[in-house]
Design a protein. Structure first.
Length: 458
């Protein structure tokens, strides 16, 4: 789990508005998760591909359902298929990590059995290096994440699992359609769960060293999962970045939030039965403050004289205050009072506007990308029969490249509107700096990062 925005951490990863993420080329029935979670949208994206996150897989994986506990095996000494360029260094790292793992309570047999089947995966490093090369706009991501096919399959799977989903909803207080939507985005309703050996992927990324502490912690967590008997090496498969199962939990999140809802003695998020994975997702959302019955948000219409400087997640007002400012539901009706809310305009004044509530931020804990949160919320609404987003998008706009984002931040600083750290990540500080620049130029201060703004700054 949960993440589509820090490069690879938390439950899994993401995109950020403005909006980086490799999105639309992938087939409508593949994973739509923007990526490992703990980044902002800009930091996420992957190649080849077919999905916004790069955590997608190239073929459907349907592990054989398991009964009982994993079969015992004769302990073997850890040996690993090393990196061709430096096998000795990788083997030294494995030996050192083994000593540390055993000191932290990992049984020697568990470690040795796991690494007997593990290998250095150069393709994982290649994908990790290419993450930030490709970006897509929000609407391009949504075209696939909430495609007609994904909506149709979502309704079908919701009907098939409705009894289970309603039991989960009653137990954890998390609305069933949201859990179903996360399932749909993370693994296309279980059809693309990932086929990469998790131990191999985590060992490869830990040895690589760029995020050594994070991936060593994930590797240790994965070993603890094996030690607990929730799964075995044959079935512990997932994305190249370590996210596993129907709803793509990272190993540490699994340890904290996975549940055995079926009561069979194992927390099985990998098998064909999605029950434990769906319940674990609901448990995660509940733990982060989900309020049953509160929408994630809703599409709204803004009056012509609307003050766009009042948009963004940092500005919260009562529904009454937004109504007084002329904000209405997209059909012109009054907005139900679900608590304090913010107006979000991810594509600026020329795109759709949303009124978002506290549950929006709970989904952000699963994946901090605004694109991902909007996709989950909207897909859930569509699964229950809701309509498509009505407003248009500025489809003529292309996403900025990483170098262009860095340039924009530097030019904003030179113009007296410093966005903070110059890192190519379009977060709240950069958006606010763009607003200040727009206001000074007599433009609509919607904070929308675009090629037009970059050209004006040049």
């Amino acid at each position: 789990m949960r993440t589509v925005i820090a490069r690879l951490s938390g439950v899994a990863a993401g995109l950020l508005l403005a909006l980086g993420g490799a999105a639309s080329a992938f087939a409508p029935d593949t994973s739509a998760r923007p990526q490992a979670r703990t980044l902002t949208l800009e930091q996420v994206a992957d190649t080849a591909a077919t999905v916004p996150s790069g955590l997608a897989v190239t073929r459907s994986l349907r592990p054989v359902a398991r009964t009982g506990t994993p079969r015992a095996q004769t302990p073997v000494q850890a040996t690993v298929q090393p990196h061709r360029a430096n096998p000795a260094a990788f083997n030294r790292w494995v030996a050192d990590f083994r000593r540390r793992a055993l000191r932290q309570g990992i049984p020697a047999q568990v470690f040795d059995r796991a690494f007997a089947e593990a290998e250095y995966l150069s393709v994982v490093i290649e994908r990790d290096r290419r993450q930030s090369e490709f970006t897509k706009q929000l609407w391009e991501y949504l075209d696939t994440a909430v495609s007609d096919s994904r909506v149709r399959n979502g309704r079908s799977n919701f009907r098939a699992q409705e009894r289970t989903l309603r039991r989960i909803e009653a137990t954890y207080g998390v609305d069933a359609q949201v859990v179903a939507a996360i399932w749909g985005l993370e693994s296309a309703y279980g059809t693309f769960r990932g086929d990469t050996n998790t131990i191999s992927a985590m060992a490869t990324l830990a040895f690589d060293g760029r995020r050594k502490r994070f991936f060593e912690a994930q590797l240790m967590a994965a070993l603890r999962i094996l030690a607990a008997g929730d799964t075995d090496m044959r079935h512990m498969r997932g994305s190249w970045a370590g996210a596993m199962g129907h709803t793509q939990f990272m190993p540490d999140s699994f340890l904290s939030y996975a549940v055995d809802f079926t009561g069979d003695g194992r927390r099985d998020i990998w098998g064909d039965d999605p029950t434990d994975a769906l319940a674990s997702t609901a448990n995660y959302l509940r733990a982060h403050g989900w309020r049953r019955g509160q929408p994630w948000g809703m599409e709204v219409q803004l009056p012509r004289n609307f003050d766009y400087s009042q948009t963004g997640e940092r500005i919260k007002k009562s529904v009454a205050a937004w109504m007084a400012a002329g904000v209405r539901r997209i059909d012109g009706s009054a907005i139900p009072d679900h608590g304090r809310a913010s107006v979000l305009v991810p594509a600026g004044a020329q795109g759709a506007a949303f009124l978002i509530f506290d549950n929006f931020h709970v989904i952000e804990r699963y994946n901090p990308a605004d694109a991902y949160v909007i996709a989950v919320g909207h897909l859930g609404d569509r699964i229950l029969g809701g309509g498509a987003i009505r407003a248009g998008w500025p489809r003529g706009d292309r996403a900025l490249s990483f170098d262009e984002k860095v340039e924009l931040q530097r030019l904003l600083t030179a113009a007296g509107h410093p966005p903070g750290k110059i890192d190519g990540i379009i977060g709240p500080n950069t958006i606010e700096a763009v607003r200040r620049y727009q206001r000074g130029q007599g433009l609509i201060p919607d904070g929308y990062v675009s090629l037009d703004i970059l050209r004006r700054l040049r």
